[in-house]
Ligand binder design. Sequence first.
Ligand SMILES: Cc1cc2nc3c(=O)[nH]c(=O)nc-3n(C[C@H](O)[C@H](O)[C@H](O)COP(=O)(O)O)c2cc1C
Length: 379
Amino acid sequence: MMFSRRRMLQGALGAVGLVVAGTGWRAVDQGVFSAWEGAAYEPWRDWQGTAGARALVDAAILAASAHNTQPWAFAVRPDRIDLYADGARNLGTMDPFRRELHISLGCALENLCLSATAEGLRPAVTLAPDQAAGHAARVDLTPTPAATSALYDAIPRRHTDRGAYTDRPVEADRLTGLAALAEPGVAVRWLVDDGDRRTFANETIAATEAIIADREQSADSHRWFRHDWDAVQRDRDGVTLDASGNGRFKLAVAKVLPASDEGTNNGYFLAGTRDTQTRAPAFGLLAVRDPASMAGRLAVGRTWQRIHLAAVAAGLAAQPLNQLMERADREAQLGLAPRFTPVLKPYTGDHTAIFAFRLGHPSGNAHPSPRRSGAAVIR
Ligand SMILES: Cc1cc2nc3c(=O)[nH]c(=O)nc-3n(C[C@H](O)[C@H](O)[C@H](O)COP(=O)(O)O)c2cc1C
C-alpha cells in the first residue's frame, strides 16, 4: 500500500514535472523570455548604423504602417530616394481603396525626411509623381548642415501603445501644439468633451463588431496577425502579441497557449477595443478635402507620424483607431447602407476624416514591433 502510494506520488510529480518542463520549453520557444530580441527587432537597434542616403531608409522603415504591413519599397541614389507602394502588401477588404496603405507610406516618408536633415541632406519632396505606378514620392537630396531634432530623436522610441491610458487629461496647449504640426491641407480635430468621446468610443466599438461579423474583413485582418515566435522572426511584419498592450503575465500566458484562431482573436480584439482602447482623455481625427487623393493621404501619414513622435517626446502615448473608416470604406465598396460613413461628419465639416487615434498618458510601456530590414526593401 505504502509502496503504491509512493509510486503514485512519484508518478504525479513526474507528470507535473513534464508539464512544467513542457511549458518552460514552450515559453522559451515562443520568445516569452526574449521578447523584442532577435533579427526581427534589430532594425530598432541598428537604425543609425549606416550613413548617407541609405541611412534614410533605415529610419523610414521604423515608421507606423497599417497592421504593420510595411507596404514600402525604396530606390536609393546618393542625391535622390524614390518611395514606391508595395501593392502586394495590402489589407484586402480591410482597406479596399488603399487609404491606409497610402497613409502608411506617408508615415515612412516623414521618418525619411527627418533622417535626411540629420544626415546633412535637405529633402525636397514631390508627392505622388505617378500614382498609377505606385510611385508615392520622389525625394531630391542636396547637402545642408546636419541637424537633429526632438522628432528625429524620438524615432526609435515611438511605438503604438495599445495598453490602458490614465484618466489625466492632455493639456489644451499640448493639443494645440500637436495640431500645429499638421501638413498643409490636413485638418486636425480633437474630441475631448465627454459626449464627443462617448460617441467616438461607442461607434468605434460598433464598427469593430461589424468588422468581426464581416467574414472577409475578419479574415483579411487575421492574416496579418503573428502569434507564433518563429513567424515573427521569419516574416518580421504584422501585429504581434508583444505589441498587444497586455501586461507581462497575460502576455506570457497567451504566448504559451497554442496560437489562437480567428474567432478567439476577434474576441480579444473586441474586448480590447471596448474595455481599454476606447478609453482615453482625447481622440483625434485627421481629415482632408479629397479622401481619394494619394497626395492627401501621404500628407495625413506625415502628419500622423509627426504627431506620434512629438507625443512620445512629450511623454504621451498614442494609438491609431481606424475601425470607423475601415467600415465606411467597406460600405462604399459593397454599396451598403451608410451606417458608419456619416458618424464623423459633424466633426469635420467640408473635410473627411481618413485617420483617427487616441492620445493620453501611458500606464505602462509600449513595445516595438518587428521590422523587415532596410536592405530587404531597397529595389
Ligand atoms: C494607416 C494606419 C492605420 C492604423 N490603424 C490602427 C488601428 O486601427 N488599430 C491599431 O491598434 N493600430 C493601428 N495602426 C498602428 C499599426 O498597427 C502600427 O503602426 C504597426 O503595427 C507598427 O507598430 P508601431 O507603430 O508600434 O511601430 C495603424 C497605423 C497606420 C499607419
